[in-house]
Design a protein around this ligand. Structure first.
Ligand code: BG6
Ligand code: BG6
Ligand code: GLC
Ligand code: GLC
Length: 963
């Protein structure tokens, strides 16, 4: 009897062992897995075999691991593992090198994982929105790194189309689409905040980067969690799917797909096939289904069903719970020591033996998973070793995933297998404590290294706005003006055109990108009309950098030419002179150049009155210089002609500057308290006292060093058109030098100052044709950019011009908030007149307007583009000056009759004398007109009398008394 029972048990045992033996792998099996994996890795890398390879070897466009110099604040999403997370990651470099993270986990309900793509991405954006609210960061447009843990075919670091969903996701309309684009669109749909999506990365890549930040030897990333996958640093020359042979790139192997071409059918069991058939992606991810957390529980369940069916377990009862897919969750399977109680909780009535068997089944399944991962890893480390031609190699693998972290033996078996199968490699496994989001942020930071300092949150912009307002105050104050950098120059323009101006004027417009001479006729038939004719004249470099005399001679010659062509050589016309440089004015037609800015540097002009210099050059051409105006003032007047509310003028062109109408009582440098006067702020010099050092970058410093006026106009150099192309060029050179662009190739053209123009920035920025433009423009600089280079260059252009728009919004915001306070109204309604080539470029204006409205919410600002340049306005100022001068002349003429010559006065004196004589003479007295009556007062007082008696006392009521 006993023997019979023993025999039965032994037979059962054998059956169980035989079943489990299907899952146990011999050293030879494992070597074969390693070798087959190696074959598939190679096939995935090669162009001719890539399409049919089961291991896809997807390029990640991550070229390097972090070097510790990264910094900035980033947002990260981590989608595709057990948890969906939104994070903010603050990275510091230098001695205070550190990474701080805040994150929140959000649920993704099953119906969303398997609903429509739009629903999924809307849900993601909804979670981001909640997170930004929670962190109080809605208005900080942060760069975002997106960990997206699914196979993506990337064409750039921020472009990746989903190859196919894996694991538990199956949302419709996503496969084949760019996930970054889908995320951008969902952000747009929500229309609540803006983000810069800089990078999309696989979780393996994120994990590798997270670990590499601490340990530069980490060049492999492994996930053993819900899914299973590896990435590693591969030599560019081996990645045939990407152009270029230099350096390395991280490759996302997607080894989960290993075996899709049947190459491991010999080790797959019927249980694996059951699991595959019951999955969302039948036939796919066969290796993943043998090795990852999402499926191990299912394999266990299939084996238990099999054993039960054969009467080897649970007394042969297949209960409902056992039939339920997914009943063995990762954690249940892992905590095997409490197998029995777990089984009970699951409603599986088990005996003590049952528990032992279940435990064995679990052990076998997870042991096989760890061994398979080990074999795969051995193939990878050996490949890296061979790439480097090493006999022996030390390398670190960064690991993440619940399976690795929670399973008691997984990591040990994995390591042992790698050791046995890749004896020439010394492999260390480091657990990623911080998840892959940190890595995604680091990747974003690596790319963003040169750009992070160019992005500003609204808080920073508000702060800059405040600083600028302080500078405005300093420029206006009598005591603070001498040392103020923002000079706040009085212009002696007291009002905008009132519609009564008229006349025929000449306008000179010097200092912008073109030197123009114009004839402006303002007439008054029924309504005021303005006619203008203009001609552009060259201002060659040798003239604007030569002597002042030559410069003004040149201006006078051009003027002569113009008058001749206009047939007005003999007419006496009034001239309005737009001179777009900082000038100290004492009246409308007396204007001392303080300092040259922008491209000009003619000698002997600084400190001189430009009217005198111009008059000297013109000699007697019969013209009369009535007014000198800054281009901002001309622009404000031009726009004021169409909109009476215009009280601010801005130039965003070669240079940048603003003027506005200030209350006279606040202008200490001009007498009088009534009314207003236009102030030319000369805001280009903002920061010349070191006030903007915290936001200037190494590129701004380089621009300044190479400029005509080092140390001056520091704000202008960060934002205006003269410098923008150059800023982009310097950034591109730096990025190329570091290997981020053009495969590290730098051409002589790219190194030449001025070769990258500001107009290029705006054409590259354009959404549609921008990338083709980038290719074209860069091509002309001798670099052959890849598609990815073009995207990166577009990114740089956008950031640089965005910074300009943001900073100018802050200074304009400063002026607007001051105007609002001056008026004392709760809301400001005003019009800003604007001109300048940069402002007119795509899509600059929109950005500026948007930011201004955010920074000064209590305002309704109309932005009015000056269509006709500043000269129309200059003519208006001239007209007013002319009218005032004319009035003065008429008054003089009217009073002329009252003026007496000295002869006339002598004559009067002579006649008066005769008349006095006549009045005194007895004979002549009667006919005299001056009678000379005696008064009988015989003498004047001699000083001896008592004074008080001769005075009449007049008393007033006591002013102090309150009665
Ligand atoms: C997390 C990473 O720590 O691990 C994710 O941040 C990754 O990016 C995940 O996908 C993998 O593990 P699991 O077990 O959650 O799938
Ligand atoms: C022009 C004005 O329209 O714009 C000039 O008439 C001004 O006075 C100029 O200087 C500024 O823009 P830019 O781009 O030419 O410097
Ligand atoms: C799946 C995904 C892969 C990811 C892995 C781990 O295999 O396809 O991209 O890295 O899961 O999360
Ligand atoms: C420079 C000049 C300033 C001018 C501006 C725009 O900043 O200093 O006067 O208004 O350029 O042309």
């Amino acid at each position: 009897m006993v023997t019979a029972v023993a025999q039965r048990l032994a037979a059962q045992r054998r059956e169980i062992n035989d079943t489990l033996a299907l899952l146990s792998l011999s050293p030879e099996n494992l070597q074969q897995v390693r070798d087959k994996m190696r074959v598939e890795l190679e096939r995935g890398l090669r162009r001719d075999s890539h399409r049919t390879a089961s291991v896809k070897m997807l390029p990640s466009f991550v070229y390097r691991i972090p070097d510790g110099t990264e910094r900035g604040k980033y947002l990260a999403l981590d989608l595709g593992g057990t948890n969906f997370r939104v994070l903010v990651v603050k990275i510091r470099s230098g001695i205070r090198k550190s990474v701080r993270m805040y994150n929140k986990i959000y649920a993704i309900p099953l119906e969303i994982m398997q609903g429509t793509g739009e629903e999924l991405f809307d849900h993601i954006v909804q979670c981001i929105s909640d997170f930004l609210d929670y962190m109080g960061m809605k208005n900080t447009r942060l760069p975002l790194g997106f960990t997206f843990s699914f196979p993506c075919r990337q064409t750039g670091i921020d472009k990746g189309s989903l190859v196919s969903w894996t694991k538990g996701f199956k949302a419709t309309d996503c496969e084949g689409n760019d996930v970054v684009e889908m995320l951008r669109e969902a952000i747009k749909r929500r229309n609540e905040f803006d983000l810069d999506i800089v990078a999309v990365v696989n979780d393996t890549v994120g994990t590798m980067m997270t670990c590499a930040y601490e340990d530069p030897k980490c060049e492999i990333g492994l996930i053993a969690g819900t899914g299973s996958n590896v990435c590693y640093m591969e030599e560019m020359r081996n990645i045939e799917m990407v152009e270029g042979d230099e350096g390395q790139m991280c490759v996302n192997t997607e080894w989960g797909g290993f075996g899709e071409n049947d190459c491991i059918e010999d080790i797959r069991t019927r249980f694996d096939r059951e699991v595959d058939e019951g999955s969302l992606n039948n036939g796919k991810q066969r290796f993943e289904k043998m090795t990852s957390g999402m499926y191990l529980g299912e394999i266990v369940r299939q084996i238990l069903i099999d054993l039960t069916r054969r009467g080897l377990l649970f007394r042969g009862h297949i209960t409902e719970p056992l039939k339920t897919r997914g009943i063995f969750e990762t954690n249940d399977r892992l905590a095997l020591l409490q197998v029995r109680s777990i089984l009970q909780q699951l409603g599986l009535d088990s005996t003590c033996d049952d528990s032992i068997i279940v435990k064995e089944v679990c052990g076998t399944v997870s042991r096989r998973a760890a061994q398979l991962c080990g074999a795969g890893m051995a193939a990878i480390v050996d490949k890296i070793r061979e790439n480097r031609g090493l006999n022996q190699m030390n390398i670190t693998v960064g690991v993440d995933g619940t399976l690795y972290k929670l399973h008691p033996h997984f990591s040990r078996i994995l390591k042992d297998t790698v050791k046995a199968l890749a004896p020439q490699c010394d492999v260390e496994f480091v657990l990623s404590e911080d998840g892959s989001g940190k890595g995604a942020a680091l990747i974003t930071a690596v790319i963003d290294k040169y750009l992070y300092a160019m992005r500003f949150s609204d808080e920073t912009l508000m702060d800059i706005m405040k600083r600028f307002r302080r500078e405005l105050g300093n420029g206006l104050g009598r005591d603070t003006n001498p040392t103020a950098t923002v000079k706040m120059l009085p212009t002696f323009v007291r009002s905008i055109p009132d519609g009564s101006e008229k006349g025929d004027f000449i306008a000179l417009d010097l200092g912008g990108s073109a030197f123009r001479i114009l004839r402006v006729k303002v007439s008054h038939e029924k309504k005021q009309t303005v006619q203008m004719e203009s001609q552009i004249y060259d201002t060659p470099e040798d003239i604007i950098h030569g002597s002042g005399t030559r410069l003004f001679d040149h201006v006078a010659e051009c003027l002569g030419d113009f008058m001749e062509k206009q047939n007005i050589k003999d007419k006496k016309l009034s001239v309005g002179f737009t001179f777009s440089f900082p000038c100290a004015q004492t009246k409308l037609n007396e204007s001392y150049l303080l300092t040259w800015t922008k491209r000009f540097k003619a000698s002997g002009v600084e400190g001189m009155d430009v009217v005198t210099l111009l008059n000297k050059a013109i000699k007697k051409r019969g013209v009369d210089i009535m007014a000198v105006v800054n281009d901002t003032v001309g622009t404000m007047m031009t726009c004021g002609f169409d909109d009476q509310r215009c009280e601010v003028g801005i130039i965003i062109g070669t240079g940048t500057n603003a003027c506005y109408m200030e209350e006279l009582r606040h202008i200490d440098l001009v007498e009088g308290d009534e009314g207003r006067m236009c102030i030319n702020t000369e805001w280009g010099a903002f920061g010349d006292n070191g006030m903007l050092e915290d936001i200037r970058t190494e590129f701004d410093r380089e621009i300044d060093r190479g400029s005509l006026n080092p140390g001056k106009q520091l704000f202008e150099k960060m934002v205006s058109g003269m410098y923008m192309g150059e800023l982009v060029r310097l950034i591109l050179v730096k990025m190329a030098k570091e290997g981020f662009l053009f495969e590290g190739r730098i051409t002589p053209e790219l190194l030449t100052k001025g070769k990258f123009e500001t107009k290029h920035v705006s054409s590259i920025e354009k959404n549609k044709e921008g990338l083709a433009k980038a290719k074209d423009i860069l091509g002309r600089l001798g670099v052959e950019p890849s598609a990815d280079d073009c995207v990166a260059v577009q990114h740089v252009c956008t950031i640089v011009s965005h910074r300009s728009a943001n900073l100018l919004a802050a200074t304009l915001g400063g002026i607007l908030s001051r105007l609002k306070d001056n008026k004392g109204n709760p809301r400001l309604r005003t019009t800003v007149g604007i001109d300048g080539s940069l402002y007119k470029m795509h899509p600059y204006a929109r950005r500026l307007h948007k930011t201004v409205r955010r920074l000064v919410p209590e305002s309704d600002v109309r932005f009015l583009l000056s269509e006709s340049g500043s000269s129309k306005g200059a003519a208006m100022v001239t007209a007013v000056a002319y009218r005032l001068a004319d009035q003065r002349r008429q008054i003089t003429e009217t009073l002329a009759e009252f003026r007496l010559t000295s002869d006339q006065l002598l004559e009067v004196k002579k006649r008066m004398r005769t008349e006095i004589q006549n009045g005194l003479g007895k004979k002549t007295h009667d006919s005299a007109t001056i009678k000379m009556w005696p008064t009988y007062v015989l003498s004047t007082p001699d000083g001896s009398g008592e004074r008080s008696s001769t005075w009449i006392e007049i008393s007033f009521p006591d002013c102090d008394s309150t009665s």
